[in-house]
Design a protein around this ligand. Structure first.
Ligand SMILES: NC(=O)C1=CN([C@@H]2O[C@H](COP(=O)(O)OP(=O)(O)OC[C@H]3O[C@@H](n4cnc5c(N)ncnc54)[C@H](O)[C@@H]3O)[C@@H](O)[C@H]2O)C=CC1
Ligand SMILES: C[C@@H](CO)CCC[C@@H](C)[C@H]1CC[C@H]2[C@@H]3[C@H](O)CC4=CC(=O)CC[C@]4(C)[C@H]3CC[C@]12C
Length: 369
């Protein structure tokens, strides 16, 4: 990465490289990082699609491993120039215990940082989340905010708690001396709700709509705006941030960046209809069909059922008090910090992002019309 080593081939490690975002980061690196010599893909569950990547010019090494196991992480990090740490347990539905979420998201991140320090890896990009800021438990709106907008971040749910703590660890590690004596350079990217090819919740909504005869019922007022960003642009932002970290270490080190693009500001449901509409679903109601108090009651009932049934079966519906609060609180970002700090411009326009996502929903659900 130094001038004298322009031609040097770099080793990248992507943790969680087989997840929704991770797969896009992996593919983006292979397409858009000319200095890539080896790409290590570390995940608890390796995807079969990795095999097809192994025939290309870049060496792709699949590593089945667990970020909670420090020795597995250290072995994967050793010799890597850059780590993109996207592995995480994304659970706001009560599928995993709070302890497991903490173990994967916080201890896993700690293990990645320590592995960088011990093995001499200097550049670390962490996938954080808008959830480290909010929405908070008081339902305060965050309207077109940026990285410096004051906001009362109050976390109770295990997922945002874990992401906030992990992000803090990553930022605090910036400047630590790694093996060899040079400083570690870290930054954190905070996506809002990611959508695009591979988005499981979108598929769940589609299936739910099919079960209801092609109808979805409005639950959230159209006026509540929810930040969304296309997965390809989030991946591109990771690749660019990782590439620029050395040259712009003083500016980027220890910084956070919201992930943004040209996706429109809409309610969570109206935004989903941009894709589900062309797949044949209809959203019923200009206004929520149920009063909010009833939704609160149903969400609480779901939480109670989850608790009662836990010894017998995992009951984890989309609606619970936390998801209702997130969906029902305006949270949108408007910033150009990533552009100013490392030259980020979205690679995919809103029209491209929309088309790609529609094609994926149609292919994934066999709904092409
Ligand atoms: N999906 C979203 O809307 C958003 C996601 N994020 C963050 O982006 C990152 C990726 O999220 P998604 O791709 O949506 O989730 P995902 O669940 O599709 O991907 C996460 C990947 O991490 C892997 N993983 C989980 N536990 C692991 C462990 N112990 N060891 C090794 N690998 C493990 C999983 O196997 C999976 O492949 C996460 O850190 C998440 O917090 C941030 C903002 C929004
Ligand atoms: C009340 C329901 C009526 O249709 C709608 C419920 C929708 C929820 C399942 C989603 C609404 C907002 C989503 C979250 C948001 O996009 C922020 C996130 C960031 C992350 O880092 C992980 C995912 C998520 C928590 C995301 C999860 C799904 C929602 C709660």
């Amino acid at each position: 990465m130094a001038d004298s080593a322009q031609a040097q081939k770099l080793v990248y490690l992507v943790t969680g490289g087989c997840g929704f975002l991770g797969e896009h980061v992996v593919r983006m690196l292979l397409q858009r990082e000319p200095r890539l010599g080896e790409l290590r893909v570390f995940d608890r569950h390796l995807g079969p699609w990795l095999e097809e990547l192994k025939t290309g010019p870049v060496r792709v090494t699949a590593i089945q491993g667990d970020v909670t196991q420090a020795h597995e992480v250290a072995a994967a990090v050793a010799g890597a120039h850059v780590v993109i740490h996207t592995a995480g347990l994304v659970d706001v539905f009560g599928r995993a215990s709070p302890e497991t979420i903490h173990e994967v998201n916080v201890q896993g991140t700690r293990n990645v940082i320590e592995a960088c320090v011990q093995t001499g890896t200097r550049f670390l990009v962490y996938t954080s989340s808008m959830e480290v800021v909010g929405p908070n438990t008081k339902g305060h709106p965050f309207y077109r905010g940026n990285e410096d907008t004051p906001y009362e971040a109050v976390h109770r749910h295990p997922y945002p708690c874990s992401k906030a703590l992990a992000e803090w660890l990553v930022l605090e590690a910036n400047g630590r001396k790694v093996r060899g004596g040079l400083p570690l350079v870290t930054c954190a990217l905070r996506p809002t709700g990611i959508y695009g090819e591979g988005h499981q919740i979108m598929r769940d909504f589609y299936r739910q709509g099919l079960r209801l005869g092609g109808w979805l019922f409005r639950a959230i007022p159209a006026s509540v705006e929810h930040g969304r960003v296309y997965v390809g642009n989030v991946a591109w932002m990771h690749v660019l941030a990782a590439r620029e970290l050395e040259q712009r270490a003083a500016l980027m080190g220890g910084q956070v960046y919201f992930c943004y693009d040209g996706s429109p500001y809409k309610s969570y449901e109206d935004f989903n209809m941009e894709f589900l509409g062309p797949c044949g679903l209809r959203l019923v109601g200009a206004r929520p069909l149920l009063p909010y108090w009833l939704l609160v009651f149903l969400a609480a009932l779901n939480a109670l059922l989850q608790w009662l049934l836990r010894p017998l079966v995992l009951y984890a519906p989309l609606l619970n008090p936390y998801t209702l609060a997130v969906a029902n609180t305006t949270f949108t970002v408007s910033t150009d910090k990533a552009q100013r700090h490392f030259g980020y411009e979205p690679m995919f326009s809103w029209e491209d992002s929309r088309t790609r996502t529609i094609l994926w929903v149609q292919a994934a659900t066999g709904s092409a019309q």
